[in-house]
Design a binder for this molecule. Structure first.
Ligand code: SF4
Ligand code: SF4
Length: 91
């Protein structure tokens, strides 16, 4: 039987040129999915980046960031049809 599941996915977008490299978001993230890079932005600051997976959308990074516009949390809802999965359900 095919099941349709609503799966929420979250992504965090960090604007390198808005970031001051304070690391507050990195320290605030309960999932440790934000890191500091080694490249510098146009102001000469290292900037945070999202590792690409694992964000739960808690917004702790957003509320701890002193720079408006540096962090955007994006939510994407997928209708995931898991009928093609090989996973077996036990009765
Ligand atoms: S929304 Fe929460 S889990 Fe996602 S990157 Fe920000 S602090 Fe981490
Ligand atoms: S909290 Fe904001 S300014 Fe500080 S490192 Fe993270 S994105 Fe950059």
């Amino acid at each position: 039987m095919a099941h349709k599941k609503k799966v929420k996915k979250y992504f965090v977008k960090i604007e390198p040129d808005e970031c001051k490299g304070c690391e507050r978001c990195v320290n605030a993230c309960p999932k440790a999915v934000l890191k500091m890079g080694t490249d510098l932005n146009f102001m000469g600051f290292p900037f945070a980046y999202y590792v690409g997976a694992g964000c739960v959308g808690c917004a702790a990074c957003f509320y701890n960031c002193p720079e408006p516009g540096a962090i955007t949390i994006l939510e994407e809802s997928d209708d995931t049809d898991d009928s093609g999965k090989e996973e077996e359900e036990e009765d």
